[in-house]
Design a protein around this ligand. Structure first.
Ligand code: HEM
Length: 138
């Protein structure tokens, strides 16, 4: 069980490394004027997105495995709320893919200011989820 939890955390950290960096690339992309910089950022975004997607899937798979292994069932309110918080995080990951397609297809989907705020969302989820899973307040 501890091996499963260890890899749940290892995959989580790898996923989050990209969730913090990818929107940063979008900030620079939204500010870039010359074609060479935009093309280079497109390559970096694509490589990073497909690099972190397996870690996202493995974080979720090992989380569900832990859920089953520890026999929480549906009683643990902290775990139910945690999973409810993970859903918008999955949505954020998919939105990053959509934005990547929009950048590639044409004008900037949003301003660099918008992407700076967008960049903060995964941190809010991380703080809430870590407090929930460590403190298990309910
Ligand atoms: C479907 C998604 C997920 C499920 C079902 C899930 C389930 C679990 C379970 C059952 C545990 C073990 C709790 C314990 O032993 O006390 C755990 C540990 C943990 N999870 Fe998840 N998890 C999921 C996604 C995530 C995500 C997205 C994050 C971070 C944003 C996260 C952060 C953590 C942390 C930090 C721990 C370690 C807690 C400890 O060391 O006691 N999990 N997870």
């Amino acid at each position: 069980m501890l091996w499963v939890k260890s890899f749940h955390l290892i995959f989580l950290v790898s996923w989050y490394a990209g969730l913090f960096y990818l929107p940063r690339l979008y900030v620079h992309h939204a500010m870039a004027e010359d074609r060479a910089t935009r093309e280079r950022l497109e390559i970096m975004e694509r490589k990073l997105f497909w690099f972190i997607t397996p870690w996202a899937l493995l974080t979720l798979a090992f989380g569900i495995w832990l859920w089953v292994l520890q026999g929480w069932g549906m009683q643990a309110l902290w775990l139910n709320i945690k999973v409810l918080l993970v859903l918008p995080l999955i949505g954020f990951h998919l939105w990053c893919w959509k934005l990547m397609m929009q950048f590639r297809g044409g004008p900037n989907p949003h301003s660099h200011i918008w992407f700076r705020w967008f960049n903060e969302f995964p941190l809010l989820i991380l703080v809430a989820v870590v407090l929930l899973v460590i403190l298990k307040p309910f």
